[in-house]
Every structure is written in structure tokens, then in C-alpha cells.
Design a protein around this ligand. Structure first.
Ligand code: IMP
Ligand code: MG
Length: 180
């Protein structure tokens, strides 16, 4: 699909496949925490759509919170620096926390967040990521719940952006840019 300028989108994961996989991940979480409450923490802004779909498929008592970090500038490359832009609203001490991310890429963001959240003494801390690009990893981080493992391509849609655009696409698409 040709879009603005010379940018080009190619569907990588269709909406129906995402919906099916999100349901499976939610059922796994439901099974793992049977009889308990889970506290989902979405990493803004990329995870908001994944979290919204995921939480509605979990058949347990749930609560949600959000944290915002910045590790990327406006473009495609990580600056390597992680900063908390918006902290959690409430304490996670003693809670079963599932940290919800859009994509696990270099691992810098999640390893930082895991360290910060672990210090706040949750009962359990698990990581759910819709997408995983293991070939890009700089720090060893493993997701407990992974939607899809994908190749080293820059993707947008279903919450993921390029300079804040394309979050609203229903499919996950590969974005190609013209050579600079
Ligand atoms: P990490 O710290 O490198 O693991 O990067 C995590 C963050 O980088 C994600 O939450 C995304 O916001 C962003 N990111 C990494 N890869 C992509 C991509 O392919 N498309 C859009 N955003 C990405
Ligand atoms: Mg982003």
C-alpha cells in the first residue's frame, strides 16, 4: 500500500491473526494466575491497543496502570537512553504484575523497567510483548508471553508508530522508507 510521500506499507500480521493470538496469550495468563488478581501495566503509548484487547480476554480480577518511558527519538533508532516520563499511579507491592509492551527489540526499555519495578516488590513480575525481534537484542531479556516473533524489519500498526503515525492500523505492517 503506497502511503504519504515515498513510504510503503506491507502487511506482516493480519488483524484476524492478531486477535486469535491475543486471545491465546490472555488464556495463558488466566491459567497461570488462576484464582488471583493480575495488575497489567501498559508501556505508553505503543502498548495501549494490545493492552486494551488483552485485558478484555483475561477471565480474572484485573486492574490496569500505565507508565511512559522514552528511549527513542522521533525516528527508527534507539537513543539507548531510557527515561520515565510518566510514573505509575499506584503501588505494585504484593501484586501480580504483567508488564505489557508493544515490541521487545534491543531489550533496553524492558530491562530498565524490570529493574525499576522489581525494586517495588511485586509478588510476581511477568512480561508480555505483542512482538519480539530477538535478532536485535543488546541486553538479554526474555518475554514470558510473546505474541509473534518477527524478523528484523521496522513495523507499524496496532499501536506501533513511526513518528507518532500509523498506530491506528489494524494490521501490523512493515514500513519501508525511501533511501535518505
Ligand atoms: P527496545 O528498548 O529497543 O527493546 O525498544 C522498545 C521500544 O522501541 C518499543 O516499545 C517501541 O516503541 C520501539 N520500537 C522498537 N522496534 C520498533 C518497530 O519496529 N516499530 C515501531 N517501534 C519500535
Ligand atoms: Mg514508539
Amino acid at each position: 500500500m503506497p502511503v504519504g510521500g515515498q513510504e510503503h506499507l506491507k502487511v506482516l500480521i493480519r488483524r484476524m491473526a492478531i486477535q486469535k493470538r491475543v486471545r491465546e496469550v490472555a488464556h495463558q495468563i488466566t491459567k497461570d494466575f488462576r484464582g488471583e488478581r493480575v495488575h497489567l501495566i501498559g508501556v505508553l503509548k505503543g502498548a495501549c491497543i494490545f493492552l486494551s484487547d488483552l485485558v478484555r480476554e483475561i477471565s480474572l480480577e484485573t486492574s490496569i496502570d500505565f507508565i511512559a518511558v522514552s528511549s527513542y527519538g522521533k525516528g527508527k533508532e534507539s537513543s539507548g537512553q531510557v527515561r520515565v516520563l510518566k510514573d505509575l499511579d499506584s503501588s505494585i507491592e504484593g501484586l501480580n504484575v504483567v508488564l505489557v509492551e508493544d515490541i521487545l527489540d534491543t531489550g533496553l526499555t524492558l530491562s530498565y523497567l524490570i529493574r525499576v519495578l522489581q525494586q517495588r516488590k511485586p509478588k510476581a513480575l511477568r512480561v508480555a510483548a505483542l512482538l519480539d525481534k530477538p535478532s536485535r537484542r543488546l541486553i538479554a531479556v526474555k518475554g514470558d508471553y510473546i505474541g509473534f516473533t518477527i524478523p528484523n524489519e521496522f513495523v507499524v500498526g496496532y499501536g506501533l508508530d513511526y513518528s507518532e503515525r500509523y498506530r491506528n492500523l489494524k494490521d501490523v505492517c512493515i514500513l519501508s522508507l525511501p533511501p535518505a
